[in-house]
Structure formats: C-alpha cells, structure tokens
Design a binder for this molecule. Structure first.
Ligand code: PNS
Length: 171
C-alpha cells in the first residue's frame, strides 16, 4: 500500500523550513501532497495562485510530491486523497500548543488519520513565513531563508527589500 501524507498549510510564502519538512517527510512516505488551505477569512500577503506558483517552482525537483489546494475539513480532504497521515513541522515550543490542539481535534474527527510531526533542521528552527515577511517589509536581509522565486516576489511586494538588495549588489 502506498503511504501518503498530506502536508497542509497557508504557505504565505513557502520557506526553506517548509522544504526541509517535505524532504524529511519523503524519507517516511511514498508520496506527499502539499496542499494550501483556501481560507477567505485569513488575510494573506500572496494570493492563492501566487502561493501555488511559488510552491510549484520550489518543489520541481521532488518527483514524489504533488501540490494542491483544499477547503473544508482537512481530515475529509485527507480521506478523499487516500492519505493515512497529516504531516506538520515543529520548530520551537511555541508551535506546540496550536499543533497539539489541531492534531487532537483532527484525531477526534477521524481516528484513522495520524498526525506526524517532524522537527525542522536547526537552521530553520527560528524562521517562519511571518517573521520573514516582517523582516522583508523593512528591507531586512532574508537571503538563504526562502527559495529564489520567493525572494523575487517579496522584492516586488516590498520596495525597501528591493532597494536593500540593489545596494548590497552594488557594494
Ligand atoms: O500554515 P497554517 O496556517 O498553520 O495551516 C493551518 C491549517 C491549514 C493546517 C489548518 O488551518 C487547517 O487544517 N484548516 C482546515 C480546517 C480544519 O480541518 N481544521 C482542523 C480541525 S479544527
């Protein structure tokens, strides 16, 4: 039987921390479906299409990875996709409470689907999409934290980041 995991998230935008979780997950699962929640209630920096494109461009080398979107309940989506597991990355302790709550609710909703947490590499333990966006907005150097395609798109959103990178290149 093919072992399939769903890796859900907002991916606003995808970071090297997310890619690290995908790489680690591929050691355990035959296939990973990276899926973006279509959630109109939440405010995102990037639209759904943009987030999809960035994921696609960042994951081209991973042949056993599929990219998708979903709405509604995650466990129902996982069942439709024939997955046995939900994959989530864990960084610092601060992630734990939210993840624990979500995993327990998902288990209550469907006992056949297991949540699997993978610890991200130490390099990514302090990064998150939010903190990266915050730094980028004010021209902070976020090179090496996100794939090139994301860096390029963040530059388009944040003129201060584009200016800082131009100045750096001119030095
Ligand atoms: O990257 P995020 O924003 O932390 O991802 C959150 C996500 C998409 C995993 C979560 O909000 C989700 O699964 N939403 C779908 C609705 C659902 O099934 N929620 C879990 C039970 S409360």
């Amino acid at each position: 039987m093919e072992r399939i995991a769903i890796y859900p998230g907002s991916f606003d935008p995808v970071t090297y921390g997310h890619l690290d979780v995908v790489e680690r997950g591929l050691r355990l699962f035959d296939r990973i479906v990276v899926t973006i929640l279509k959630n109109p209630r939440k405010q995102f920096l990037f639209g759904l299409e943009e987030r999809l494109e960035m994921l696609q461009a960042s994951l081209t080398e991973f042949r056993r990875v599929e990219i998708d979107t979903f709405d509604g309940l995650l466990v129902e989506y996982a069942t439709r996709r024939g997955a046995q597991a939900i994959l989530r990355g864990l960084r610092a302790l601060s992630d734990f409470e939210y993840e624990f709550q979500m995993a327990l609710m998902n288990r209550r909703l469907n006992r056949d689907i297991q949540t699997v947490f993978l610890m991200t590499g130490m390099r990514w333990i302090y990064t998150s999409s939010s903190i990266i966006k915050e730094a980028a907005q004010f021209g902070g150097n976020i090179e090496g934290m996100v794939p090139p395609v994301v860096l390029e798109r963040l530059e388009r959103k944040f003129p201060l980041l584009a200016r800082a990178r131009r100045e750096q290149a001119a030095e």
